[in-house]
Ligand binder design. Structure first.
Ligand SMILES: [Cu+2]
Length: 136
């Protein structure tokens, strides 16, 4: 949500909402790929069972998704694919990862869920909430 974003931006003035925050303490686990740029393909083998896929479609600002709360164990790999009918910006709070969405083009973000908690994923332009990621 925009408000949450604004607050977050204020708290993390240096980073601002959307800027990839400086590493919040290097992940202690085996996650050396934390800084893979959004949209880059990763070296994960396809069909890996530890990957949780989240797929959402956005039409006229309305989000269609299988479940609005996505629960994963800590350390899981989460692959988020979003297709929007309008240009937008996807933002996963907490992890501070972003995806630029081009109209009609699926965009994919993959991350290691190594921060426990509940994090909101939203679209900046439409303000739509996409889902919540619950880790741990
Ligand atoms: Cu945001």
């Amino acid at each position: 949500m925009v408000v949450a974003c604004a607050v977050m931006g204020a708290v993390m003035a240096a980073a601002g909402c959307g800027e990839p925050a400086a590493e919040p303490g290097a992940p202690a686990s085996a996650a050396p790929s934390a800084q893979v740029p959004a949209g880059s393909p990763t070296a994960l083998p396809p069909g890996d069972k530890s990957v949780t896929s989240v797929t959402a479609t956005v039409t006229k600002g309305k989000v269609r998704i299988a479940g609005h709360r996505v629960k994963v164990p800590r350390g899981a790999t989460v692959r988020i694919t979003i297709t929007s009918d309008a240009a937008d910006e996807f933002h996963l709070h907490g992890y501070d990862r972003e995806l630029e969405l081009a109209p009609g083009k699926p965009a994919t973000l993959q991350l290691t869920a190594d921060i426990p908690g509940v994090f909101e994923a939203e679209l900046h332009h439409s303000g739509a909430r996409v889902f919540e990621l619950q880790v741990g």
